[in-house]
Design a protein around this ligand. Structure first.
Ligand SMILES: [Zn+2]
Length: 168
């Protein structure tokens, strides 16, 4: 279901409640960034009031982006919300919103605001150190010898020893 306001429902001047889910496909935001996948529905809980020749829409909007970290490439869920989203939609004048079959579509307005919240460089956590520090990932992490020494378990000298020898 697209996010539609039916103006006939506003005739009694009572605020109209709109709550539900907007399919991600309606927002067409999935193909903009290869690290950001917008596939889950947006949940909204809004009230709509008609104030003279404007619609005032207010309420909560929540969505989750499935991102890949731009440093370590780990997938993570990136939760977002507008706890108090608001928009004015003029019904008259040059800026008036299109009304089709007495309905106003909020989808493009919401799309613009969500797009502004897209992370520039998604990070799994602010201090993510990138690939070389990834714990539990696919990369093999060599254990550090308990003594921090350079002699390996099989008794051979390590590359560091070889470097030391080169100096002499
Ligand atoms: Zn990361």
């Amino acid at each position: 279901m697209p996010l539609l306001i039916n103006l006939r429902d506003l005739d009694d001047a009572q605020p109209l409640r709109l709550a539900g889910e907007l399919p991600a496909a309606d927002l067409e935001l999935d193909q903009l960034d290869e690290l950001i996948h917008f596939t889950r529905p947006v949940t909204y809980d809004l009230t709509v009031e008609k104030l003279e020749e404007n619609l005032l829409v207010r309420g909560r909007v929540e969505w989750v982006l499935d991102c890949e970290c731009s440093r370590c490439l780990q997938p993570f869920a990136d939760e977002h919300e507008f706890p108090d989203w608001a928009c004015h939609l003029p019904l008259q004048g040059e800026e008036r919103v299109p009304v089709i079959n007495d309905q106003v579509d909020l989808t493009s307005t919401l799309r613009e605001d969500i797009l502004l919240e897209f992370p520039q460089h998604p990070l799994c956590r602010p201090e993510c150190g990138g690939l070389h520090k990834r714990p539990g990932g696919k990369q093999k992490v060599k254990p550090t010898p308990p003594d921090g020494g350079t002699i390996q378990a099989d008794g051979k000298a390590s590359a560091w020893d070889a470097l030391d020898n080169l100096k002499f």
